[in-house]
Design a protein around this ligand. Structure first.
Ligand SMILES: Nc1ncnc2c1ncn2[C@@H]1O[C@H](COP(=O)(O)OP(=O)(O)OP(=O)(O)O)[C@@H](O)[C@H]1O
Ligand SMILES: [Mg+2]
Length: 465
């Protein structure tokens, strides 16, 4: 388990919940919170609306009682509110408790009521209990030094509020349940592409097979190009590249082992021959050991080429400013020594550019070697280096048979050798390596047939390469 899947909590590493669960929980919590909040608000509104109605009739009753009987002394003014259908009961309360003749009982008198009687306080409503029943009471100013208390049974309002609260509770519960279902659904559908992505990645990790791909919605489908789809697309591209590089590597290894088999067999034959040297004449022995040496050099060269090809970019510290014209002349000199029968012609202009001299002369060596090898003895090879101001162009041209049109696209492939070339020594790695070196120097190497016959290789260095 990676550290990313865990969270440090109180000094202990705990496994984090999967993303899907977290998303489901978050959606559920958000929707549930809204549902419960709406229900709570509805409760408050219903409750206050019901009480408002009661308060309104209390105010009307108080006004009527005061109009009907303006100067009543402290005491009961109207009826009893013990019965549900009875009209409001009303009492006059004096500011001074000592002047209160009422038998204790009917409506409770709070200190606040005395303050209203004394004119020190604004009228107010209270919820009270009269003879065991819920009731609502208005305490308001009456005559000087007296307050009027009016009360009404509140049973219906209380029952209404209770019923409403039950319904709202039920609604809230249903809302929470719906939220949970929604949360689950959202996390499932929303994360389905992520789940597919994860599954594919895991399958690749398990099988080490980069041929798997993530299914993408049809291109062009409006609104389907979301972040996850783009991520999946990028992932697929990456897989494609990985697959390509794995395939290329496998092919290189297969080709290399195939190419090595022939020289190694020849080597073994010669080695076995030399092991029984007592049965050979001195000339045979010399020939066999010379062949063995040559084959060993060939295999060594092949292995070196392979290693070089498998290597990537140049390490930067080796890059320096190279006098390309001097390097070309030096390489041609070496080629002349190696192919004395081939007349090399060279024409250069001063060019300095950044590069790795050893690798560049290897590239050149390969081109010159090919030109001499494939054109045949006596035919001239022309090398030309032109400075282009920003960059340079190097051409190597021979007067041999040239490259057949059907071979042209493939000559830079590893181990590719045209049918006509198979009789000559070589393994088909030279041009692959040359192109690789050119690319590492931001240069382009192309093959073409020169007008008038012969092959022409053009190496173009771009500015800043
Ligand atoms: N100057 C040329 N004239 C004609 N054909 C060429 C020339 N240069 C390359 N080719 C063709 O391109 C093929 C690939 O060349 P490359 O240099 O990669 O391999 P090679 O010379 O056969 O072997 P190696 O360079 O590994 O010794 C050659 O086998 C040949 O068919
Ligand atoms: Mg070659």
């Amino acid at each position: 388990m990676s550290a990313g899947g865990r969270r440090r909590l109180g000094g202990v590493w705990r496994r984090r919940r999967p993303l899907r669960t977290r998303l489901a929980l978050a959606v559920t919590a958000a929707v549930a919170l809204v549902a419960v909040g709406v229900c709570a608000a509805a409760y408050v509104v219903v409750r206050s609306a019901l009480y408002d109605q009661l308060d309104l009739s209390l105010t009307q009753s108080a006004r009527l009682a005061a109009q009907r009987d303006p100067g009543h002394p402290p005491g009961t003014l109207a009826g009893e509110c013990r019965f549900l259908a009875a009209p409001a009961c009303a009492e006059v309360v004096p500011a001074d408790p000592a002047q209160d003749p009422r038998p204790p009982g009917q409506l409770p008198v709070a200190p606040a009521a005395r303050e209203v009687a004394a004119g020190e306080r604004a009228p107010y409503y209270t919820n009270i209990t009269v003879a065991g029943h819920p009731a609502r009471m208005l305490t308001t100013d009456y005559a000087k030094g007296r307050a009027l208390q009016v009360a009404l049974r509140a049973d219906t309002v209380e029952a209404g509020i209770e019923e409403a609260s039950w319904w709202l509770l039920l609604t809230a519960a249903a809302g929470v349940l719906l939220a949970a279902v929604l949360g689950y659904w959202v996390s499932r559908t929303g994360l389905a592409p992520v789940t597919r992505l994860t599954a594919t990645a895991e399958r690749i990790a398990a099988t080490r097979d980069p041929r798997h791909r993530i299914e993408l919605p049809a291109r062009g489908a409006a609104g389907r190009e979301d972040e996850i789809t783009r991520l999946a697309g990028t992932f697929n591209t990456m897989l494609g590249e990985l697959e390509q590089s794995v395939t290329a590597q496998r092919r290189l290894v297969a080709d290399a082992s195939h190419e090595l088999r022939t020289p190694l067999t020849a080597l073994r034959t010669n080695a076995e021959l030399l092991a029984r040297s007592d049965r050979l004449t001195p000339e045979q022995r010399t020939r066999a050991s010379a062949a063995l040496g040559r084959q060993l050099r060939e295999v060594t060269g092949l292995v070196n080429d392979l290693i070089e090809l498998a290597r990537d970019e140049e390490p930067t510290p080796l890059v320096e400013q190279v006098r390309l014209d001097a390097l070309v002349e030096h390489s041609v000199e070496a080629a002349r020594a190696h192919w004395p029968a081939v007349p090399f012609g060279v024409r250069t202009e001063p060019v300095v550019l950044p590069g790795v001299p050893a690798r560049l002369s290897r590239l050149l060596g390969n081109l010159l070697d090919n030109a001499a090898k494939f054109s045949g003895e006596g035919l001239p090879v022309e090398v030309e280096l032109v400075s282009l101001g920003a960059g340079a162009e190097l051409t190597v041209r021979d007067h041999g048979p040239g490259i057949a049109a059907e071979d042209l696209p493939y000559v830079f492939d590893r181990f590719y050798r045209a049918g006509a070339a198979r009789a000559l020594p070589g393994s088909g790695l030279g041009l692959a390596m040359a192109r690789q070196i050119a690319r590492a120097h931001a240069a382009e190497l192309v093959a073409e047939n020169a007008p008038g016959g012969g092959a022409l290789f053009r190496l173009t260095f771009r500015e800043g390469g």
